[in-house]
Design a binder for this molecule. Structure first.
Ligand SMILES: *Cc1c(COP(=O)(O)O)cnc(C)c1O
Length: 408
């Protein structure tokens, strides 16, 4: 068939021969977008292998852009393999679907990220996978709950609302001894506060899987949802990668680009928010409205010694994510605490953390736990996450809202 000479030559546009010169280098990597990936021949198509990242077959199975972020995250968290998923919660659910089957049991800490508990109570239960909640501050309680049906144990360090830091080392040891897979939600540590695969730096003790809500610190903008699942064991990685492929999970190149752009500043952002959180937690502890400050680096906070053991070992100053909770005195009603949150101006009411804007959320601990934990004072819990604003102005904001809504 002849080309219609009156029409623009779109074929020429689509198959344009120009390729720009190679060796372009700049601070940020080039971004590759694809569903379709070309093969030089059918034989090459049949031979290509994507599971070890030696080549490309289809956008969903990886591009130079996703491989790049996966490798940089491995460097951050000390993992060997990484899979990207569309949210932090998708990282948690993919780990569950990749490792559990009907008849198995999963154990979660009672202070676990709420939606992970909801997954166990919803889909996993419907699939015939049972669960139990263990006391995050009692390794003996975890050990007692492990049965031959236990296939997966979740760890969270610390619990992201009530901030208890568990005895990570002992929990990992128990899982290892009982030959149960051990997965950590590493969103708080972010690869900066401690190394999940090498807790003591001697290569001996670490988790099997680290799941991370990249939505928080790696994104740093409050504008991207993404998650990662990291491993050090090739077979376990392939098991997760195949499940990930069959579920059809993938991430958009534009979102990966945003995370790649934010990643170089993760250390200074983490440290800045850590400093602000400690300054405000210290200030809050002295306020008459405050019954308890919950922050792993705060002496007396539940699990403080366990935080020291992995985060501040061998004379390190010890890093912590930029969030803390306070238990406001039980003399205030939850409506008064809501009013306090409403009075804040710089702190916005909203979920998540690690972004530029400080956030606040009140939580009803009684409704979230099996029973009221003995280590928490009675009262209403409010969680603050630090943005990048000045600590002094954030403190003034807290002060004016306390004065306004919670008269001493
Ligand atoms: C935010 C968060 C998640 C979920 O991440 P999303 O990207 O919002 O789905 C999981 N675990 C923890 C501890 C989190 O803070």
């Amino acid at each position: 068939m002849k080309n219609d000479s009156a029409a623009p030559d779109v074929t020429h546009l689509i198959h344009h021969p120009y390729t720009p010169p190679a060796d372009f280098e700049a601070p940020q990597p080039g971004i590759f977008k694809a569903s379709t990936v070309y093969f030089p021949s059918v034989a090459a198509m049949r031979q290509r292998e994507w599971k070890d990242k030696s080549s490309y077959t289809y956008g969903l199975h990886g591009t130079p852009t996703t491989y790049l972020l996966e490798e940089r995250l491995c460097a951050l968290e000390g993992g060997a393999q990484c899979v990207l998923v569309p949210s932090g919660l998708a990282a948690l659910s993919t780990v569950a679907l990749a490792t559990l089957k009907t008849g198995d049991e999963v154990l979660l800490p009672d202070n676990a990220y709420g939606p992970n508990k909801a997954l166990a109570e919803g889909e996993l239960k419907a699939f015939g996978i049972t669960h139990q909640f263990y006391d995050p501050l009692s390794p003996a309680d975890l050990a007692a709950r492990i049965t031959p049906r236990t296939r997966l144990v979740w760890l969270e360090a610390p619990g992201s609302v009530s901030m208890e830091f568990p005895d990570l080392l002992t929990l990992v040891r128990i899982c290892r001894e009982r030959r149960v897979l051990c997965a950590l939600d590493n969103t708080w540590g972010a690869g900066l506060a401690f190394q999940p695969f090498d807790l003591l730096g001697d290569g001996q003790w670490g988790v099997d899987i680290s799941a991370h809500a990249l939505t928080k610190y790696p994104s740093g903008g409050g504008d991207v949802l993404m998650g990662s699942i990291m491993t050090r064991d090739k077979a376990l990685h392939i098991q997760i990668k195949l499940c990930h492929m069959r579920l059809g999970l993938g991430v958009g190149a534009n979102d990966v680009e945003m995370v790649l752009r934010s990643l170089p500043s993760i250390g200074i952002r983490y440290k800045a928010q850590d400093d602000t959180a400690r300054a405000l937690a210290t200030w809050f502890a002295a306020q008459p409205q405050c019954a308890q400050v919950l922050h792993p680096a705060w002496p007396g906070s539940p699990g403080h010694a366990h935080w020291q053991a992995v985060c501040a070992r061998q004379g390190r100053p010890g890093w912590a994510a930029g969030l803390f909770s306070v238990m406001l005195s039980e003399r205030y009603t939850s409506a008064q605490v809501d009013a306090f949150c409403d009075c804040l101006k710089l702190f916005k009411i909203g979920y998540s953390w690690g972004g530029p804007v400080s956030l606040v959320v009140p939580y009803d601990i009684g409704a979230m736990r099996q029973s009221w934990p003995a280590h928490l004072k009675p009262g209403t819990l409010v969680r603050f996450s630090m943005g990048l604003e000045s600590a002094q102005e954030l403190q003034q904001d807290l002060q004016q809202a306390l004065t306004e809504a919670l008269p001493d």
